[in-house]
Design a protein around this ligand. Structure first.
Ligand SMILES: Cc1cc2nc3c(=O)[nH]c(=O)nc-3n(C[C@H](O)[C@H](O)[C@H](O)COP(=O)(O)OP(=O)(O)OC[C@H]3O[C@@H](n4cnc5c(N)ncnc54)[C@H](O)[C@@H]3O)c2cc1C
Length: 386
């Protein structure tokens, strides 16, 4: 479904209004206490925004990815931390394209109503790192069930999710021709699994991200919870990953615009040597540069989302969108901190919090080097380096 300019504008305005009911005090407190912003996620769910990608026949709004990108961008642009909820949108990349009709009927209406949360995407493992095909978590079929054993790390929001998309190896790496073969995706019902093979341990980090490590010990997953065909999981998660990169790119654009607005306002009002600091070119040029980098990156995010929505190949564009937007938000964050001088370090200005939060996107969901490796190999046809 295409979304018209004025629809997007209406969506943006409604999200801005909702976010305004969560003042910066709320985000400072949740950050300080490393508390999950349950109230904010509930408000987004009740307003239907987290179900925006779910087709209308399953109770969602049936909007395209471009609309989800606009929602997440506005959340970040308001100063909030949308990392608490974004996975419910990007997991749809895998679910809508590859889950069976029965799986969709079972889960999507409940997700749309807010009765179930699908906020956990368990891919990364401690020993595999970025090399996803070398994950060790294994799922072995035993009749109508799979027996899963392994460990995941950085599984964000696992404690605040009812469902988890889990990537596991179903055929040993030595037994497949291509290392990306033999991987499968499962839907895990987490509440039933907790204490019956699934253990979640939170990891405290420099940002409030509700991330965890999970231990899987003889966890039984019904065979009907296998997504698509066994062994094709890598291809399925790529659809989720492209959606994720585009949406994270949109969040970075929102962060960058927040930093630029904040720096511009401060540079206009802060007076040193008897004039506004923003009158000095040494202060205004970095703001102008950050603005240009952000607007250029925003065009790539828009282009990648349009390709994704048209079901066209969008690997290069999704990666470029995420990288350019993450670099723009980091540039804007650094500029904003510098513009604020010492006050940039004070919690009450929110700059240091957003600075920490936006730094993540140089590393996750894929690190900058690996995006460069991908572009070098797949777009420029240089030799594979990883
Ligand atoms: C807060 C947080 C939340 C996260 N949430 C999730 C989540 O919900 N689900 C999930 O599955 N994962 C999640 N992740 C994991 C994230 O996707 C990984 O951290 C990321 O993909 C990088 O993997 P790694 O940390 O193992 O780094 P490594 O793979 O160990 O890489 C370390 C460094 O080496 C560089 N490097 C590695 N190989 C090469 C190469 N060949 N050439 C050049 N440079 C190279 C990398 O660029 C990186 O800078 C999260 C991570 C964090 C920190």
């Amino acid at each position: 479904m295409s979304v018209r300019e004025h629809d997007l504008r209406e969506i943006r305005e409604a999200v801005i209004k909702l976010c305004a009911t969560f003042p910066m005090d709320y985000w400072r407190a949740t950050d300080r206490e490393r508390r999950y912003p349950t109230e904010f996620v509930r408000a987004l769910t009740e307003a239907g925004w987290l179900a925006c990608l779910i087709p209308e026949e399953y109770g969602g709004a049936g909007l395209p990815l471009a609309a989800a990108a606009a929602i997440l961008e506005e959340i970040q642009r308001s100063g909030a931390n949308g990392a608490a909820c974004h996975a419910q949108m990007y997991t749809m990349g895998t679910v809508l394209r590859h889950c069976s009709e029965a799986q969709k009927r079972k889960y999507l209406p409940k997700i749309a109503k807010g009765e179930l949360r699908l906020q956990a995407f368990a891919i990364t493992e401690p020993s595999a790192g970025t090399d996803t095909s070398s994950i060790r978590t294994a799922a072995i079929r035993k009749g109508e069930r799979y027996l899963v054993n392994g460990q995941k790390v950085w599984t964000s929001r696992a404690e605040h999710s009812d469902l988890m998309l889990l990537l596991a190896r179903t055929t040993p790496r030595e037994a497949v021709q291509k290392k990306t073969e033999g991987l499968s995706v499962f839907i895990v019902e987490m509440k039933a699994a907790l204490g019956r093979g699934l253990t979640i341990r939170p990891i405290r980090t420099m940002i409030n991200h509700a991330t965890t490590e999970i231990f899987i010990d003889n966890l039984e997953v019904p065979a009907e919870n296998l997504v698509g065909e066994e062994g094709n999981g890598f291809r399925y998660i790529l659809d989720g990953m492209n959606a994720e990169r585009i949406l994270i790119g949109a969040e970075c654009i929102g962060d960058a615009r927040w930093f630029i607005a904040k720096a511009t306002a401060y540079a206009s009002e802060r007076r040193v040597f008897g004039r506004a600091i923003g009158q000095n070119q040494g202060v205004q040029f970095p703001i102008a540069r950050a603005h240009m980098a952000t607007e250029a990156a925003a065009l790539m995010v828009e282009r990648a989302a349009a390709l994704y929505d048209a079901s066209k190949p969008c690997g290069p564009e999704s990666n470029m969108a995420k990288q350019l937007a993450a670099e723009a938000s980091w540039q804007a964050g650094d500029m904003c901190l510098q513009t604020h001088g010492g006050f940039g370090f004070a919690e009450e200005y929110d700059v240091e919090r957003k600075f920490r939060e936006t730094r993540l996107y140089q590393i996750a969901p894929i690190s900058t080097n690996l995006v460069l490796c991908y572009i070098a190999e797949h777009v420029l046809h240089l030799p594979r380096s990883y």
